[in-house]
Each structure stands twice: as C-alpha cells, then as structure tokens.
Design a protein around this ligand. Structure first.
Ligand SMILES: [Zn+2]
Length: 178
C-alpha cells in the first residue's frame, strides 16, 4: 500500500484511538481519585484525550508539512485557540450534560477542531505546489533540473526516464507533492 494511503488510514484511526484513550483515562481517574475530585478527573480525561490526539496527529503528518515560520506560528496559535475554546465548552456544558460528556466535548472538540484547521494551515500554497521539484542524478546527485536530455553533465551517467522517476518516487515527500 502506498505510504500516503497508510497515513490516511492511520488518520482515520485517531477517532477510535481517541475514544479508547478517553475511556481508559476516565476509568482510571474514577478508580484512583476520590469522588470529590470528579471535576478534576473530568479535566484530566478531556485534557489527556486532547493531548493524545494532537500528539498523534502531529507525529503522523509532521514530516509531510513544509515547515515555515508562518506555518509553525499558525499551528501553535490555532492549537492554543482550540484548546481554550474546548476548555470553555467543557466548563459550560458540564452543568447541562454532566462531566463525562463535557470532558468528551471539550477535549475531543478541541482536538478535532484543531486537526481540521491544520489541514488548511499545512496545505501547500499554489506557489509551493508549482515550484519545480529538483531532479537529482541517481549516481552523483547533480541537479538535472532544466536539462533536455537524460545524460548527467557532471558524471556522464546515461539515465533512463524510469531511473529518474523511481528515484523521484523514493523521495517520499516529493512524491506526495504531485
Ligand atoms: Zn551524475
């Protein structure tokens, strides 16, 4: 299976994995903390689930993002905004629907909102997509961009289009840009 397909399947798994983490923390905190700490346990459940989801998501897609200072800043700022909104949702929904639902709404909501936002922040711009990916000689690494033939002017290797294409494909990030 292509790596990108595997990544997308793993992305979808954030939903059941998040639900498992949520259930585990909820059960653990209920078991370990006395009942007076129900609010604290709800915060830990929502916060822990949120943390798991954003770390999972970042680890999954980090290497596919073209990190610029602007992207890093927007990623962090959107994370903080979503976390704040999630905390507010949890706080205000707790008296209405109970602590468990509030912690799920707050933690899961903050994580899902941020994940959705990152699909926009992390998407490459038209300029980035249009920038020609450098084609390197598989023998010596010389940049072959702009050449009209497939003989390397540096080392003289006579290359086929298949060789150049398979070299391009092996460079994961580049193949994802197409
Ligand atoms: Zn060469």
């Amino acid at each position: 299976m292509p790596r990108l397909v595997s990544k997308i399947l793993q992305s979808i798994l954030v939903v059941p994995f998040g639900a498992i983490v949520f259930t585990l923390i909820a059960a653990l905190t209920e078991e370990l903390l006395p009942w007076q700490y129900a609010r604290r346990s709800a915060v830990m459940t929502g916060g822990g689930t949120w943390l798991f989801m954003i770390v999972y998501w970042t680890a999954l897609w980090r290497s596919y993002v073209l990190w610029t200072r602007y992207r890093t800043y927007r990623t962090l700022a959107s994370g903080v905004l979503c976390a704040g909104a999630g905390a507010a949702v949890g706080y205000f929904s707790a008296p209405l629907w109970g602590l468990i639902i509030a912690s799920g709404l707050g933690g899961g909501g903050a994580a899902f909102a941020w994940m959705g936002w990152t699909t926009v922040i992390w998407r490459q711009t038209r300029e980035e997509a249009g920038a020609a990916a450098p084609v390197a000689c598989p023998v010596c690494g010389y940049n072959l961009s702009g050449l009209k033939h497939t003989t390397c002017p540096e080392c003289g290797a006579s290359l086929t289009l298949e060789q150049l294409l398979s070299r391009q494909r092996s460079e994961e990030v580049r193949s994802l840009k197409s």
